[in-house]
Ligand binder design. Structure first.
Ligand code: ADP
Length: 169
């Protein structure tokens, strides 16, 4: 059984085995939570991201997939980078957002991570409505077949935290 919880805060301050990053496909850093993780985690993360680009993801990490690097100076062992879909009103991309959570947990299992912190993937620059993003996040993690013992959603603002907390009730 996986314990699922939601807290309000900055994910870069979490002490967990793995922190999930809402990255972009280039893996070379960006704004939002991605920028914060690289800023606080230091250059070792970007260095490993560049190696991932060179070895496995020459065209970038595809949307819905996940890949791990060191967590650098963060209080975690790994950062799991996943690429959320940009929200679209003309096409249902929910399956790709669900895939981000599922794939991140699969990578966490591969690593042997027992505690994982997630941000609300795609709900920032990528425009996903928070309520639907929370629904997909919670449903997917609840349904996941994983050895991860604790999943913690770390929401930046109070409103997002309330939305996730309501979904978990
Ligand atoms: P995306 O491009 O996937 O939308 P963003 O980083 O723009 O990614 O936003 C994803 C979510 O992460 C947003 O809800 C945003 O408010 C939140 N966020 C931004 N910085 C942090 C942080 N340091 N810790 C936790 N969540 C964060």
């Amino acid at each position: 059984m996986t314990t699922i919880e939601a807290v309000q805060g900055d994910i870069t301050h979490e002490s967990v085995d793995a922190i999930v990053n809402a990255a972009n496909s280039s893996l070379l850093g960006g704004g939002g939570v991605d920028g914060a993780i690289h800023r606080r985690g230091g250059p070792a993360i970007l260095e490993e991201c560049r190696k991932l680009r060179a070895s496995r993801y020459g065209k970038g990490l595809p949307t819905g997939q996940a890949a791990a690097t060191t967590a650098g100076d963060l209080d975690a062992r790994w950062v799991i980078h996943t690429v959320g879909p940009v929200h679209s009103t003309s096409e249902d991309r929910s399956h790709l957002l669900a895939c981000c959570y599922r794939e991140s947990l699969r990578v966490a299992d591969e690593l042997g991570a027992r505690t994982v912190a997630f941000p609300a993937v795609s709900t920032g620059v990528y425009g996903w409505p928070m309520d639907d993003g929370a629904r997909i996040a919670v449903e997917t993690v609840r349904a996941a077949d994983t050895a991860v013992e604790r999943v913690r959603f770390v929401l930046f603002d109070r409103q997002a935290h309330e939305v996730f907390a309501a979904r978990l009730r």
